[in-house]
Design a protein. Structure first.
Lengths: 436, 436
């Protein structure tokens, strides 16, 4: 069965500038089981627009997932709009009500009167428990009529809007239900590259893409995407024969790896910081950081990884010259002669934090993230990255374009990638020595 | 003229898990001039789906903004799909080609052959220069026919997908063109609250909301939204009489401030870290940080603010007991008796970093962000926040629910809010003293 999925995100805030993390989460999870949405539609808390979008989705899709608008407040209208779209009533569900009441009891809070509205289900809907909040989800199994001629089955899921609650209900109830739907098989992998531009990656992989194009249309597809000095290459293969699909994927991955080599830092959910963590653990090495222009971003990303305390010891965010001297032992003379943003300072920062922390490796960053503070000699975007290890410190100079936030992100990516490459090379060297 | 805006984001990656920051940016900018999109639709790099969505948008809207799919690679199909939708040809534009060529010359790079495809414009389109990348934007001014009976004007903008390029073209060419469109007036403000739950905020403001409802329908609208312990309240007023709208907004803001008081930390683009920065500058005070469980997140957020070096001196990210002792002077005995996650340790961390950095105030955090490391006595989510200042250190205990990343975000929000409240109170105290 060729299943068409539509995701609808409800919330006026999503039209007015709020980042939509629910659509990213659902896209990721749904595509992992071949149900990648064909469209994601965002609408405001306006009942007429909601009904119009619901009608179209119900007529065209087999799976409709709606997030948001299930809260207790006056602007939560998803329940009503979907009930009217499907021509059903809303009924008070005793189970839902007692679940909501229990949520408040367990927190020693009196249940506000307005939370009662969350216990209304669309007639015939199945209650999807919400283990982490008050808005339960709902599942309505029906057919597409009266909005389509086809008499196909239709699953409509209503999920709460807050990401944590949406994810909890999705994992507990939606994902298991969807996995049972028989679809054609579609599998994919994504490779991540750092240190090469989008066009350069495109030129390298173009022969592989063209060769596949000449074979069967639509069976293999490639997408490439650049963001903050990182390029993602997603390769998807669809068909009926799972063994054949797996073999194709394995071959394509090898072909891509052959042309892009160590520029590929990871795949799938791997990030520069997770890969670096794995390398540090594998090599039994520890890490410390000295950050100036990135202001804690690199430390934040490294410690986002569960278990990072195994290899990460400390970071000094030295935003002033004073702290560069007292915390890291950068010399007064160095700061005076070369300035805080210089090759010399970044090397002393790397050496200093490595010594203070007693770690095997260290990363240091100093630069001008802007928007102010640039000169013609040292423009906004100038960043020095220092890497130190058993072989001593090395400095790398970059000039990044972009906003303050982008310059910081780009500097962080390159810094993490530089240490990754250093560790890879050291591992290679050791392997070769062993062979001899 | 009642203008309807549709935003369409093109990119298979956006259906497969990639966060869509373009829709947030466009929503924010468009709603600031009363052109909040009625829908945001995300589609993949599939030409047929694109054409279907383009057709609908062209028929229903007055302004259609498409982002993405203008790159140089094989999967960039927006130009073709929109040309076919509008029944026009694609023509090579000499100006566009020379702009693209200049981009590469200025970077000392040979222009890859595939970038030539970016110089094709839809017949009759106006070129929108891209100052920061190779994909120029396009503007097509036409009417809705043949997809609508109404003979209304239609503006179609094609913008590049990379956020920095999209934003640059938007600000240079799209925003000025849109501001000239006459719309009914709609203005709004958003207040941000920390330290109160969504339901509690709703109950407090409900009388204000209900009173407005009884007046004129649709003129005033409220939206409330909770995320990571922060609640946003957006109030919009529309009409024809700008003076009346401004007066209504001023009155409503005052009414909301009267019921929520100092729980409101800011409005609009203000963040906890920007408001805290303003308070520190106003009071001529400096700040240092000692972070354990948040791993640099608080430092990262504080230094996201341009000019933060005025008040922020340094952060110590002490992920090990060893570094808590050596960098911050936390006593061995304290760690032994009470543990690294304790009221006693967090107070010594706050005092320690304040002393080492010589700052007026300090914030410290220690806790268990999970997913592992929790015990029945000290569960995952337990976080202590220390605040120190001229009056000495104070500790605050929290138990947060959520994922590792959410616990860290929530802890950071509360920590920033605690110091904000402390500085507000100190300012209040000083004011009262002066009055006496």
């Amino acid at each position: 069965m060729n299943v068409k999925t539509t995701v609808i995100c409800v919330g006026t805030e999503l039209l007015g500038g709020k980042l939509n993390s629910n659509s990213a989460f659902l896209g990721d999870r749904l595509s992992s089981i071949g149900l990648e949405p064909s469209q994601i539609v965002t609408v405001g808390d306006d009942k007429n627009t909601m009904k119009e979008v619901f009608r179209k989705a119900v007529g065209e899709s087999n799976v409709v997932i709606v997030t948001g608008g299930l809260g207790p407040t006056f602007d939560d209208l998803t329940r009503e709009a979907m009930a009217e779209t499907l021509g059903r009533r809303l009924v008070l569900d005793r189970n839902a009500l007692s679940q909501i009441a229990r949520y408040f009891v367990s927190r020693n809070i009196d249940m506000p009167k307005n939370n009662e509205s969350q216990a209304y289900l669309i007639e015939g809907a199945k209650l999807l428990s919400n283990p982490v909040g008050t808005a339960p989800g709902q599942l309505i199994e029906t057919d597409k009529k009266p909005y389509s001629d086809k008499n196909e089955k239709l699953l409509v899921f209503l999920l709460p809007g807050p990401p944590r609650e949406m994810q909890a209900v999705f994992e507990a109830s939606v994902f298991p239900a969807l996995k049972r739907i028989e679809t054609g098989i579609k599998k994919s992998f994504t490779l991540h590259v750092c240190g090469m531009g989008e066009s350069a990656v495109d030129e390298k992989i173009r022969p592989i893409v063209e060769a596949e194009r000449k074979l069967e249309k639509g069976v293999v597809s490639f997408t490439i995407l650049a963001h903050q000095m990182i390029v993602d290459i997603k390769t998807s293969v669809s068909g009926e024969d799972e063994l054949l699909i797996d073999e194709t994927l394995t071959n394509l991955k090898q072909e891509l790896r052959d042309v892009l080599k160590e520029n590929i830092y990871g795949e799938g959910r791997q990030t520069l910081e997770s890969v670096l963590g794995e390398l540090l653990i594998k090599n039994k090495k520890t890490l410390s950081l000295a950050e100036s222009c990135t202001g804690g971003l690199v430390a934040h990303r490294i410690t986002n990884i569960p278990g990072s305390s195994l290899y990460f010891k400390q970071a000094a965010v030295t935003y002033s010259n004073e702290s560069k001297k007292t915390l890291l032992g950068v010399k007064e003379a160095t700061l005076k002669e070369f300035g805080a943003v210089s090759e010399e300072t970044v090397m002393e920062m790397a050496e200093g934090v490595k010594k203070v922390s007693g770690t095997d490796y260290s990363i240091s960053l100093t630069g001008i993230a802007g928007p102010a503070g640039g000169t013609s000699e040292k423009p906004v975007g100038l960043v020095f990255v220092g890497i130190s290890g058993p072989e001593g410190p090395q400095a790398h100079k970059f000039i990044f374009s972009g906003s303050r936030i982008e310059i910081r992100e780009r500097a962080a990516n390159f810094a993490l990638d530089l240490l990754r490459r250093r560790l890879l090379n050291n591992t290679e060297v050791r392997k070769q020595k062993k062979k001899k």
